[in-house]
Design a binder for this molecule. Structure first.
Ligand code: AMP
Ligand code: ZN
Length: 114
């Protein structure tokens, strides 16, 4: 999508602090980190949220979890734990309408969220 900030990051038109990339996803550090480790895993396909998933799109979730498993181990947050967050729509607090999963770790995280 032309006007989508995350599509621009995928195309290299906006820089990012990349932590992982393959043919299906890109992972990069959040520009406004809420924890010592805070990166985003985004789909290369532009979909606003999981609500727009159809058919084979669901397979992306499987892949994203696999990538997060690897990155959590690489970043050393696997043993102490971390959180995966996927905000959806207005009430979910989604600000960028392109599917992304937050991975937060490196400190104790509060629950429930505000
Ligand atoms: P959400 O509020 O769940 O839609 O999350 C969007 C996230 O994208 C926020 O945590 C932002 O800090 C992050 N973000 C927005 N623009 C950029 C950017 N150019 N590079 C890295 N992270 C970004
Ligand atoms: Zn997009």
């Amino acid at each position: 999508m032309d006007n989508c900030i995350f599509c621009k990051i995928i195309k290299g038109e906006i820089p990012c602090s990349k932590v992982y990339e393959d043919d299906k996803v890109l992972a990069f550090n959040d520009i406004n980190p809420e924890a010592p480790v805070h990166f985003l895993v985004i789909t290369k396909k532009h979909l606003e949220s999981i609500i727009d998933f159809q058919n084979e799109d669901y397979l992306l979730i499987n892949h994203i979890i696999k990538v997060i498993n690897k990155l959590a181990k690489d970043m050393g947050i696997d043993e102490k734990g971390f959180r995966i967050v996927n905000n959806i729509g207005k009430d979910g607090g989604q600000t960028v309408p392109h599917v992304h999963f937050h991975v937060l770790g490196g400190r104790h995280l509060q629950w429930p969220p505000g």
